[in-house]
Design a protein around this ligand. Structure first.
Ligand SMILES: [Zn+2]
Ligand SMILES: [Zn+2]
Length: 274
């Protein structure tokens, strides 16, 4: 399964010109998909990175698409959020490159992996805890997943973040299987824009802890969010489904459910206003 990937060229573009980030007014949010689960989320008050990862290899898994944005084209980053310690979400080399004495937030039990990389302060969070930073309040929320980076570490937490930036709320789900928690997150925190994983569902053990596209749409409806931004497909081959399958199935399901207009596929590296 991996061999053809070794010899094929990466898709997408290798760092083009730097993207043009719009000047944001109060109340505007700009979201840039870097690739896989990595996002830059901006408001007029600051810039947040979630699960930044430019790695070409995750152990033996090769990156199949270039990152949409080079790390040296990023604006200054005020805060970094990590959803869990899996290699596709926590990449120490990427973190070392962007660390510039800003705070970083990780799940409880994950702090040791980001110490000494150049962050000002490491915050560890448990589910439903809330932290205030200048320009953003962060709530760490549950997921149906697991946190171990190596087989033996059972102490590492995992989850998603609901980010409140001046009254606009963005939810990054990290990795999760479908579970009743989405309804609860929706009820408690009313996320407006939901960044939901739609890939890596086909394989032993994967199905329970990752969502297929139909489940992602159900999660979106449970959350009662207004916009669904799909992620976690097309960059790394982590399970057996064909790479093009998740977006196709999501489109079909959204059409069937009458929600196609609420699904926004972002172009990697393209800052998009909300
Ligand atoms: Zn994971
Ligand atoms: Zn993942």
């Amino acid at each position: 399964m991996l061999l053809p990937a070794l010899f094929s060229r990466k898709r997408g573009h290798r760092h083009g010109p730097p993207p043009i980030f719009p000047k944001l007014r109060k109340g505007q949010i700009c979201i840039t998909w870097i690739g896989h689960a990595s996002f830059l989320i901006q408001s007029h008050q600051g810039n947040i990175l979630v699960d930044p990862n430019w790695a070409n290899w995750l152990l033996v898994v090769r990156r199949l698409r270039h990152a949409g944005l080079a790390h040296h084209h990023l604006p200054s980053i005020d805060l970094v959020l990590i959803t869990h310690a899996h290699f596709d979400h926590l990449n120490r080399r990427s973190l070392r490159r962007i660390a510039a004495n800003q705070p970083i937030v990780v799940p409880s039990g994950v702090g040791d992996l980001v110490h000494g990389l150049g962050f000002e302060k490491v915050y560890e969070m448990k589910w439903w805890e809330r932290l205030r930073f200048p320009g953003a309040a962060i709530t760490f929320v549950p997921a149906k997943h697991w946190g171990a980076r190596k087989v033996t570490d059972h102490h590492r937490g995992y989850g998603g973040y609901v980010i409140d930036m001046g009254g606009r709320t963005i939810y990054h789900a990290g990795d999760s299987g479908y579970f009743p928690g989405f309804r609860e997150i929706g009820k408690k925190l009313h996320p407006e824009i939901a960044l939901l994983p739609i890939g890596a569902y086909h394989g032993p053990k994967f199905g329970e802890n990752h969502m297929d596209p139909e489940e992602s749409l159900r999660a979106f409806e449970d959350l009662k969010a207004k916009v669904l931004i799909p992620m976690h497909f097309g960059t790394y081959r982590l399970s057996y489904e064909p790479l093009h399958e998740p977006p196709q199935r999501l489109m079909q399901e959204a059409t069937r459910a009458g929600r196609l207009a609420d699904v926004r596929f972002l172009i990697e590296g393209m800052p998009t206003l909300f």
